[in-house]
Design a protein around this ligand. Sequence first.
Ligand code: SAM
Length: 293
Amino acid sequence: MDEKKLYSPKVMKDILEKNGFKFSKRLGQNFLIDGNIISKIVEAAGVDEKSGVIEIGPGFGTLTQGLCKKAKKVVAIEIDKSLKQVHKETLNYDNIKIIYEDFMKIDVDKLIEEEFEGLDVKIVANLPYYITTPIIMKILEEKYKISKIVVMVQKEVAQRLNAQPGTKEYGAITLAVQYRADTNVSMIVPNTVFMPRPKVDSAVISLDVLKEPRIVVEDEKVLFKVIKGSFGQRRKTLLNGLSNNLHLPKELVKEVLDKVNISPSIRGETLTLKEFGNISNEMINVLDDENMV
Ligand code: SAM
């Protein structure tokens, strides 16, 4: 088993240089070089011998090494095939499987079924910035059988996950998180713990997936569509936003909003999760099949 301290900047530089690896800014490649932060992430995720962990973007493998030491099994999904050679040196563990693919294309339900039978499944990642929101939305919308999500994100994204209605940080992702999980900011992480250093600080967020979603709705897919439709164009009124983004006649949207006592001229960012739930339930009642969202 490879017991090199992967987070040592010297070890990292040597191995990357030897393999001719070039950091890709486009893929958000900032690798962790702090053993203490890695231990804290693994601890925040409560990873133990009963855990199956999905890691998105192992990169050089520093966090992955920490995960492999504690988990029963790790499946890491990395988009950058040029890291394959590097992983032969860094991730020589017998409880890891690495899939070289875009996480957005992965059938996670199937993966969980095939790889993690009987294990408590968690998603742990230091997420690439360019695709943080789509990744978190995918995880929350697709309702996987997982108990916890622990992700490192840029500080401003962390603020969006925890935002209050009416603030500029409040958005579709805030509501998706509220619907599905309890949120906790585990720690703020300075930019000095990465190679290369990003411009801003990061935060580690823990999302404990609720056994039942926070509100009851008739159709979750409609709820997510309504939420995303309401935030599609920020300066638009709720009526215009919903009718444009969901391609629905204004009269129908107005009828829905009237029924749930919500003014059509307000903006989506002032509504609570409960109100979005009411709109989505009413939409199902009012719309006929032809207009179904
Ligand atoms: N986990 C490593 C660490 O903490 O040092 C690397 C984190 S780095 C911020 C993000 C990693 O995600 C990079 O290795 C990048 O190549 C990978 N990545 C970027 N987009 C991805 C995608 N769509 N699917 C899977 N991995 C992706």
